[in-house]
Ligand binder design. Sequence first.
Ligand code: C2G
Length: 139
Amino acid sequence: MNPTEKPNKRVITFGTFDVFHIGHVNILERAKELGNHLTVGVSSDALNFNKKGRYPVYRQEHRVHILNSLHCVDEVFIEESLELKGEYLSRYKADILVMGDDWAGKFDHFKDQCEVIYFPRTKDVSTTDIIQMIQSRID
Ligand code: C2G
């Protein structure tokens, strides 16, 4: 294999990716380094409301558009339900599932389907903090 060639692996990751920031870029770039194809499952607005009790700031079409514009991302789909994760892994033929370590251990039951890797979160940045910072500047 040419040393510049990426392993022939399909990587998948999931998230809301609301108010897109450097922590999101870092995990997507690190995920893409593990293979030659990166699929991103983006939580739908409705799923995000069920998960976090609020709608994202950016609506799902915009979050999908932002992710699709990144050169490290090859394919984007809307994640409608957390219960369908196993089905998404099969549908998108994932060899590796990548998540941030705020999810450490939560997806270990998929280890019979694909490799599961948790990367350390980027420190000192989160969508929640950004929203609060903007809010405090308005108040
Ligand atoms: N992330 C990170 N560093 C940060 C913030 C986020 O590495 N400072 C990672 C998260 O760990 C996650 C991804 O970026 O892997 C997307 O983050 P969120 O949009 O907050 O994802 P979340 O809403 O937790 O959705 O089924 C799983 C969910 O869809 C994950």
